[in-house]
Ligand binder design. Structure first.
Ligand code: HEC
Ligand code: HEC
Ligand code: HEC
Ligand code: HEC
Length: 209
């Protein structure tokens, strides 16, 4: 049975949670600080933020991302396929592999700076995409004019419309990656999206539907 005191405690907690939720957007404006990518609690007592993903020296040799400091996933992923898709997704490379090094749920978050800690602190729940990407938007494939010609409804990356939006939905080495839709550093549009998906605007940058 709940006593008056526990109920009061719950109310105080609820108010605190609502208040922090209201304050969050201001605190977050174009900064990692306070977002889910602020992993400073895993880093060191000086509260460094970048170090969980980048280092100025002795970066990972694989260079998934510039000056990358996090261990890389070794998962062989199950890839997206469909009868209508014309793209040929490969095993995640570069920027997508970097994201999946935390988001496939196989590596502990503090596997950075050459550390290989034991299993604690892996991503779980909805933010864990797992090792099966067949139910996720395809990534790590070449997105060029041939693909757009082969698949009606896909905006050509050479078209004026795409070039206008390319600032917000970039390709990397000509490939669509997680970072085409997301920016790991900026949570202003929620879910670290490069552009708001209100009215499906993000999707419509590339899909003429
Ligand atoms: C949770 C992981 C993560 C953290 C923390 C992080 N980054 Fe990044 N960073 C990335 C990823 C992933 C990319 C690849 C591009 C992208 O997704 O935005 C990147 C790319 C970059 C780039 C190259 C591309 C560009 O935008 O110029 C720079 C510079 C950079 N980060 C700086 C920083 C700095 C400075 C910090 C700390 C304030 C930081 N990052 C913290 C993951 C992270
Ligand atoms: C160093 C580890 C790490 C890397 C690298 C990383 N993330 Fe995350 N990300 C996290 C953690 C931790 C969370 C919060 C997980 C939770 O609370 O369930 C998170 C949360 C998220 C969320 C959910 C945000 C929300 O508000 O619910 C998105 C979207 C996301 N990450 C996308 C990405 C993308 C895209 C990349 C690569 C460009 C990336 N992350 C790279 C650790 C990482
Ligand atoms: C084509 C665009 C696109 C690509 C590519 C993409 N995402 Fe997302 N992602 C989104 C959108 C849009 C959302 C927000 C979904 C919502 O509003 O519920 C999202 C949400 C998420 C979330 C939050 C949990 C969830 O399932 O809603 C995570 C974590 C995430 N993405 C990680 C990634 C990673 C890692 C990759 C690369 C393997 C990736 N995303 C590739 C568009 C994309
Ligand atoms: C950066 C460009 C880009 C963005 C943004 C984008 N897509 Fe895609 N999407 C593509 C490309 C390119 C393909 C691959 C088409 C192919 O393989 O023929 C694709 C594939 C798909 C497919 C599978 C098509 C098939 O035939 O199997 C669906 C469904 C889809 N996207 C929905 C979405 C939705 C929903 C959003 C918004 C959350 C979105 N996309 C955002 C470029 C994008």
């Amino acid at each position: 049975m709940k006593t008056d005191k526990t109920i009061r405690t719950h109310i105080v907690f609820s108010i605190a949670i609502v208040a922090s939720a209201l304050l969050e957007p201001c605190a977050n404006a174009s900064s990692i600080v306070g977002t889910k990518h602020d992993l400073s609690s895993y880093t060191n007592s000086s509260g460094q933020i970048c170090i969980a993903c980048h280092t100025p020296h002795n970066a990972q040799a694989d260079q998934l991302v510039p000056l990358w400091n996090h261990a890389a996933t070794t998962t062989q992923f199950t890839l997206y396929s469909s009868v209508t898709a014309k793209s040929v997704p490969g095993q995640p490379t570069g920027y997508s592999k970097a994201c999946l090094s935390c988001h496939d749920g196989t590596l502990a978050l503090d596997s950075f700076g050459g550390k290989t800690p034991a299993g604690a602190g892996k991503i779980s729940g909805a933010n864990n995409l797992g090792t099966d990407l067949s139910d996720d938007h395809p990534v790590s494939f070449t997105y060029d004019t041939n693909l757009a010609t082969a698949h009606p409804g896909i905006v050509s990356p050479a078209s004026a419309a795409f070039v206008d939006t390319a600032k917000t939905v970039p390709l990397f080495n000509g490939k669509l990656e997680c970072s085409s839709c997301h920016d790991a550093h900026d949570n202003q549009n929620t879910f670290f999206l490069r552009k708001s998906n209100a009215g499906s605007a993000l999707c419509l940058s590339c899909h003429n539907k």
